[in-house]
Each structure stands twice: as structure tokens, then as C-alpha cells.
Design a protein around this ligand. Structure first.
Ligand SMILES: [Zn+2]
Length: 85
């Protein structure tokens, strides 16, 4: 059944998105979801629950090893290009 424009607009008046609630991290001062670990520093309630810095360096080492392996397979002897981030 066809609704009037005002009925449609009335129904849609409740469809707006709310901005997410954010808490401030006690360790780094950044924003994180309340009752969730801070994704910037890995702290929750003042305690480190995940060593994000170590994870990042581990990942970096893994990626470098992979890159080296690919380059070795390709027979490339030039030094690896320095990544700029
Ligand atoms: Zn933090």
C-alpha cells in the first residue's frame, strides 16, 4: 500500500546513525571503545594485555623475511628498497 511522503519521512526520522561512544585510554590518552582493549597501545584497565609493539616488530620481521625469500628466488642481488611509511 502506498504511503504519503510525510509517512515515509516520519518513519525514517529514526534512521539517523549515532556516533560511537568512546572512552579515553589511561595509558596513551587515545580513544578506544569502552570495555575494550586500546587498539593503539594494547592496554586495558591500566594493564598491558597485548604487546602491540612486539607484535608489530614481529610482523615487520616476518614480512622482511618473506620479501628476502621472494627476491632470492627471483635472483635479484640489488639491496632491498627502504620502505617509506
Ligand atoms: Zn592506549
Amino acid at each position: 500500500m502506498r504511503h504519503t511522503r510525510s509517512h515515509t519521512a516520519n518513519r525514517r526520522s529514526h534512521h539517523a546513525l549515532k556516533s560511537p561512544e568512546l572512552a579515553v585510554c589511561k595509558n596513551c590518552g587515545g580513544n578506544h571503545r569502552p570495555h575494550h582493549m586500546c587498539l593503539d597501545c594494547g592496554f586495558y584497565n591500566g594493564k598491558m594485555v597485548l604487546d602491540l609493539a612486539a607484535k608489530k616488530s614481529e610482523r615487520e620481521a616476518r614480512m622482511n623475511a618473506k620479501r628476502e625469500a621472494i627476491r632470492a628466488q627471483a635472483g635479484d642481488t640489488t639491496p632491498a628498497p627502504v620502505e617509506v611509511k
